[in-house]
Write a new protein. Structure first.
Length: 413
């Protein structure tokens, strides 16, 4: 696990980022040529009934220990000192102070604090579905093969940045699965639907094993990002309602995938999270700068029917639960951000920087983050911070999970 931290920037650049760049620059036809697999769909053989009994089929699960990527806990940094706060001197004249003001994520010269204490937290289990780490694009298959070394390596590093806010759980499970290629989300070809269905079949099987393995009374968090959120939401719609698991879901976290307030949300057994201390609800948002344009990102999504079978449309409002407040809609200042996960210059480590990024849900349901921080190379055209949906609000999400689990526990038996 000595791989460079937050290498997920490279993952997304060659997978989801490439697809998004294509959407914003090229025509739909050129996008499909670049990203959609060219070969025929190969039907995936069903996994053995006991496939997920094999520890090798999990990136994260109990027993892995400190090498579990989802258990990463970053140190806490102090922002670099603002020269404006220093007394004027010949070397620090007042007229020059504003020119030297540090950026929101500038921690040069700061002293790192200790990692947060993870003790004395309620028992709960997390089922986290990783996003796409299969990078072969048009030259690859419709579904990633199992035990592909590069896919697995990137997935583990990816989980360090995205699943780690859930690391206060006593159990975190993140399965391997035959991911759909990123191009499957950029085309209406029949093969795309089959590839996504095949990926979901693996996730469903892993979820069934997860449910059998965790304590019968333990609260459960369902979580994912991007493609992972797609599969989590499908589990919520198809596997949870009417099952014994339904009453155990403390919360669902599905950032990085739009949810239509009118055509999708009513199909799920849980409502949107309207309050920070609310349990049994859904958190979802997609992150853009104040001037960012989500039009291309939403184009394909809007063309598809909603969960109710009706057209979503280009003016459809999507769900925005503000990760800084834990409530649907609303605005929060950067001062409310408890910690953005910032990679070091060489991406060998990461640290939490407080007060760097604001968040505001606009009228269409896009989460606006101000001008956007200089956090890395993974920012997409149009001010799209998809790669950083979770790292931007890392510490707030970690605390949000604990509140919702705490709100669930006293009311369940």
């Amino acid at each position: 696990m000595a791989r460079k931290f937050l290498y997920f920037i490279a993952i997304i650049i060659v997978t989801l980022i490439v697809g998004a760049i294509a959407l914003s620059i090229w025509s739909r036809e050129a996008t499909e040529i670049a990203m959609v697999p060219r070969g025929e769909f190969v039907e995936q053989q069903a996994l053995a009934d006991n496939a997920y009994q094999d520890p090798a089929m999990w990136y994260s699960r109990p027993g892995i220990g400190t090498s579990d990527p989802s258990r990463y806990q970053p140190a806490v940094a102090q922002p670099a000192a603002d020269p404006a706060a220093q007394a004027p001197s010949p070397d620090n004249p007042a007229a020059e102070r504003s020119l030297d003001a540090p950026g929101a994520l500038d921690t040069a010269g700061s002293q790192r604090g200790e990692a947060a204490d993870a003790q004395a937290t309620p028992d709960f289990a997390v089922f986290f579905v990783p996003p796409t780490s299969y990078t072969k694009g048009a030259l690859g298959e419709w579904n990633a093969p199992l035990n592909d070394e590069e896919t697995d390596r990137l997935a583990r590093v990816f989980l360090r940045g995205l699943a780690s806010p859930f690391n206060r759980a006593d159990e975190i499970w993140a399965p391997k699965y035959r991911q759909a290629a990123v191009g499957a989300f950029l085309t209406d070809q029949e093969e795309a639907t089959m590839a996504i269905d095949a990926a979901y079949a693996d996730v469903e099987q892993a979820f069934e094993f997860f449910v059998e393995s965790v304590g019968a009374d333990k609260p459960i968090i369902l979580a994912g990002h991007s493609q992972g959120s797609v599969h989590i939401l499908r589990l919520l719609r198809e596997k949870v309602p009417g099952s014994p698991v339904e009453s155990r879901i403390a919360a669902v976290y599905a950032p990085g995938w739009p949810i239509s307030v009118e055509h999708d949300l009513p199909s799920y057994p849980l409502p949107a999270c309207a309050a920070p201390d609310q349990a049994r609800c859904v958190v979802s948002y997609i992150s853009f700068t104040d001037g960012g344009d989500p039009g291309q990102l939403l184009k394909r999504y809007s063309a598809l029917p909603g969960m109710d079978g009706k057209p979503r449309g280009s003016d459809d409002t999507i769900l925005c639960v503000n990760p800084l407040t834990g409530m649907t809609g609303g605005t929060a200042a950067a001062e409310d951000n408890l910690g953005t996960l910032k990679p070091s210059a060489d991406m060998s480590s990461g640290e939490l920087v407080a007060g760097a990024v604001p968040a505001s849900c606009d009228t269409s349901g896009i989460l606006r983050i101000g001008e956007g921080p200089d956090i890395g190379q993974g920012v997409l055209p149009g001010g799209n911070y998809h790669v950083y949906d979770i790292p931007l609000f890392w510490k707030n999400l970690q605390e949000d999970v604990l509140r919702r689990v705490g709100a669930w526990a006293p009311t369940q038996s």
